[in-house]
Design a protein around this ligand. Structure first.
Ligand code: AGP
Length: 607
């Protein structure tokens, strides 16, 4: 995914563009660039690598201009270098793009045949030459953009400047989000509200197919038929600068430590403290009539969905399927009458999950988006929405979004059990009590930070690391492995503990670290035997369990981390914290970029 910003107004825009890109850098950081118009002439500055490189370049070679666009890149086509960095331009047009143009090769060939010269390997450059070709035929910028959009296949959000048209920016969106910001004699475009927060709180999100003409004192939005439309302007919920790390060295650590607060905030929106039971916001479907639940997501959000599958089937009598969005969207899944499809996503913009949502809607499913961004595409397109209140998550490795996703899912599970009468009031009250104490218990686990940091030294030198768990501990094993992989670059695998003897145990040799997730629940003894199989072959077990579990087996492990004893229903939320901290500290030792790990971006809005 990439980040886009555009500003047209009364101020020299270059520093404002750079500041906006700083707030968008979490979306992609392979390269960055800005462009402005100075006396109608296109000026560009681009740099490979992190935004600091562009900032340094602009300081050395400043550019003026009261209208400009900027871009942070996560490379899809073409290596992450300066030549492929956005903005892309010819003499008439300069633009930035987030998304993928699927027919760019065909367009490139057509335009090359007409004499256009391409400088880069990117799909984006085809858009530049297409707009330019319509301009040179005498079309207005507006008509040139409209004609271009009708030729593009794929996903895009665009911000475009035109030589000779001072003050004008044209923006467009199809499949990648784009917001319009309303200022005082100044107008803005941004990939999200975070980018625009210091400039304005008055935000309107373009809808699919919309394009907009911005001048310093006006915004004219057209729908995909070219009809002028009004889109609601809302007050952005992003106020303070989320790019403030406080006293933490990294966003990821700050966001790990925010979990007690944001889990509590999320619980407060789903809980009636007087009745001490779950109270969900209005849903567009009757939970009692749901025949089957399909949970669809990617990455960490998929792991949250997996935990919920175990919960739903234990607490309610609803059959549940959980699938990766990138697989689900193409397998022509059969979907039942009165089925509910739940889409779990921090960003609410992940392309595969959004496409899966659209498929489920085409199959007449009730759709529920469980997202962290209220204005996201999934929130707008699903029938119902449940929000995590994690606040902006800047670290690419998802942490607080995951545990608040689990919190919302746990409440949804309890509400389903009550509605379906598969649990009685006493059982529901017990689940609610266990949920209410989670924020405090998470704080208890955070107190082990130093011990986990010490253990990370052993993990940091490993070539392979295994994570094992059973039941709801299995998705946490997957999550722990993903966290370690994506920020420390160490190969790690999460496995169902019972699966080890079917092959993976061949990986065990002296000193292979094996993180075993084993709360004292009904599966503890089974997991214990798998742990002993590992130890017998030289594996070094880091044992995550509660007081009883450690009393029984702790002495066999190379190290233990004690997690507070809680109801097994909420154990997966709690056991996530140590694996997050272990990944964080290991990455610190390895010296990798914890908040912006290589090759990744915060939200993948391309396939
Ligand atoms: C999580 O640490 C990863 N950064 C990644 O797997 C992420 O969970 C996935 O891309 C899904 O993103 P979403 O929740 O915004 O849909």
């Amino acid at each position: 995914m990439c980040g886009i910003i555009g500003i047209t107004g009364r101020h020299t825009v270059a520093p404002l563009l750079i500041d906006g890109l700083r707030r968008l850098e979490y979306r992609g950081y392979d390269s960055a660039g800005i462009a402005t118009l100075v006396n109608g002439e296109i000026q560009r500055r681009r740099a490979e690598g992190k935004l600091i490189n562009l900032d340094t370049l602009v300081e050395k070679r400043p550019i003026d201009g009261l209208v400009g666009i900027g871009h942070t890149r996560w490379a899809t086509h073409g290596r992450p270098n300066e030549i492929n960095a956005h903005p892309h331009a010819d003499k008439n047009v300069v633009l930035v793009h987030n998304g993928i143009i699927e027919n760019f090769q065909e367009l490139r060939q057509e335009l090359t045949d007409k004499g256009h010269h391409f400088e880069t390997d990117t799909d984006t450059e085809a858009i530049v030459h297409l707009v330019s070709s319509f301009l040179t035929k005498g079309n207005s910028p507006q008509d040139s953009v409209s004609l271009t959009l009708s030729r593009l296949e794929g996903a895009f959000s665009l911000a475009i400047l035109f030589a000779g048209y001072d003050g004008l920016i044209i923006g467009a969106r199809r499949g990648s989000p784009l917001a319009v910001g309303y200022g005082e004699c100044e107008m803005y475009l941004g990939s999200d509200a975070i980018a625009l927060a210091p400039l304005t709180q008055n935000i309107c999100y373009l809808e699919e197919g919309d394009w907009v003409e911005l001048l310093p004192e006006s915004a004219v939005i057209h729908d995909n038929n070219g009809t002028i439309v009004n889109r609601p302007i809302c007050q952005s919920s992003v106020s303070e600068d989320p790019n403030n790390k406080g006293n933490f060295e990294h966003f990821m650590l700050k966001e790990i430590y925010e979990q007690p607060t944001v889990i509590g905030d999320t619980l407060n929106t789903l809980f009636n403290p007087w009745k001490r039971t779950v109270t969900l916001p209005e849903l567009t479907f009757n939970l009692g009539k749901i025949s089957r639940i399909t949970i669809i997501a990617c990455g960490t959000s998929f792991h949250a969905g997996l935990v919920a599958k175990y919960w739903f089937e234990k607490v309610s009598d609803v059959p549940v399927e959980c699938d990766l969005a990138s697989e689900f969207r193409y397998r022509e899944a059969r979907m039942p009458k009165d089925g509910l499809a739940i889409f779990v996503s921090q960003s609410g913009e992940t392309a595969d999950t959004l496409a899966a949502l659209r498929y489920a809607k085409s199959k007449k499913q009730h759709t529920l988006a469980l997202v962290n961004v209220a204005e996201s595409s999934m929130a707008r397109e699903a029938d119902s929405v449940l929000l995590t209140l994690a606040g902006p998550e800047i670290g690419v490795a998802s942490t607080k979004a995951f545990t608040t996703q689990l919190t919302v899912l746990a409440c949804l599970v309890v509400a389903t059990g009550i509605t379906k009468r598969s649990i009685n009031n006493k059982q529901a009250a017990s689940y609610c009590r266990s949920l209410i104490e989670i924020p405090a218990r998470v704080n208890d686990v955070l107190s082990h930070d130093q011990k986990i940091s010490d253990l990370a030294r052993e993990v940091a030198v490993a070539k392979d690391v295994l994570y094992l768990g059973r039941g709801t501990g299995f998705p946490i094993a997957l999550e722990g492995a993903l966290k370690l992989k994506e920020i420390s670059y160490i190969h790690a695998e999460g496995y169902a503990a019972g699966e080890m003897k079917h092959g993976p145990i061949a990986l065990i040799e002296d000193n292979v670290p094996v993180i075993v997730i084993a709360p004292s629940d009904e599966l503890f003894e089974k997991t214990a035997s798998n742990m002993q199989e590992v130890i017998a072959r030289g594996g070094r077990v880091i044992f995550l369990s509660d007081k009883d579990g450690i009393k029984k087996l702790g002495r066999m492990a190379a190290a233990t981390i004690e997690v507070p004893t809680v109801d097994s229903f909420v154990a997966p939320i709690l056991y996530t914290i140590p694996v997050q901290l272990l990944a964080y500290h290991t990455a610190l030792i390895k010296g990798s970029d914890v908040d912006q790990p290589r090759n990744l971006a915060k939200s993948v809005t391309v396939e």
